[in-house]
Design a protein around this ligand. Sequence first.
Ligand code: CTP
Length: 419
Amino acid sequence: MEAGAIGPTLVGRRIILGVTGSIASYKAANLLRLLVREGAVVEVAMTRAATKFVTPLTFEVLSGHAVATDLFEAHQEMKHLTFPERADAIVVAPATANFLAKAALGLGDDFLTTMLLTANCPLIFAPAMDGGMWTHPTVSEHVRTLRARGVVVVDPEEGPLASGRIGQGRLAEESRILEAIQALLIPRRDWLGQRVLVSAGPTQEPIDPVRFISNRSSGKMGYALAEAAQARGANVVLVTGPTALPAPRGVEVVSVETTEEMAKALTTRLAWSSVVVMAAAVADFRPKDPAAQKWKKQARKETLLDLEPTTDILTSLSAQRTGQLLVGFAAETNDLILHATQKLKAKGLDLIVANDVTTAGAGFGSDQNAVILIDRHGAVTELSLRPKRQLADDVLDVAQRLLRPVSRQRPAGSRLEGR
Ligand code: CTP
């Protein structure tokens, strides 16, 4: 987004700008000017080290507000609590390696880091340091931890560093940091006009009236995708197997149990949709002859369960589609890219989201995931561990590039149109 091109974009937004001690500290003054020009109300918090590089007065004059520097100054009493309460975002630029470590570990030994521990708003960190420090395994680990918690980290840029070396460590251009802030604070409506059919959760295949075969899917990824598409302007129908999740706001939810019910719910809505995202963990087999009455353990010495394959919903949707973009998932335990590519081709998909379900702290039940996306042209995009809601937006970004313009898509022509 070009600053100023469509008028001020951050009017009424309250931003706290944290400045830590780096040779790049002076660049924060320019970022502050850009934010003010975009209409934001900015309050600045500086670390002691930052005040060695630039005086608080500079930021005070540019922001029009007193600068917070000290946790213990009488007139700043409790400001570490009141400051972030009214903030829409906290931006720390430049963020030193020391600051990243303290933020990752939850240390609060000055105003800025203590304030972070009380903050509930989105966080954006723009690191700056020497190249060797940025690639140090400790720093990399802290950055991974912060990203997995949902912090937006704006990578530093390559170029000449203050040390005279060349490397990746220069504070990102102020305009790039501004773009990251705008992306976070200005709601995107770039899926407006799309009709998105999402499946989520497990299916349950009855053995008898009280027992069923199912899997460990929590439904979180599918719900996050439905929520993200809705937030970006799409009309969304979520067909979900049994989960413990609340219905996403503004999304029509269709609850199903078995694979057959899910297949029917999706097939009848296919013509309405422009995009299908098949995130459900569908059972591949079901008991051939579910008992009408509960299996009694005394009566059954025989314990073999006779299974038959279920419908492959995605393959069947793919055969019936009329221009919809089809996104599938691949849950794998080994040879991720190979198996996912085979599924992409066999099921005629535009995009597959491949998921290594053995990764610790990711996948089934977790609030985070790491995936690899493979599109119909063979392009591979790796998305490292991050919260599923954030991942959902990133998957939509990749899917969007494969979409044809809405106006050129077949009109929906179904009874679900116009919801
Ligand atoms: N899928 C489907 N119908 C099924 C099984 C799977 O539509 N009966 C969909 C899933 O929702 C997912 C994709 O197909 O989007 C791949 O599912 P996955 O379980 O990874 O693979 P399978 O096709 O079931 O193959 P396998 O179990 O052998 O890995």
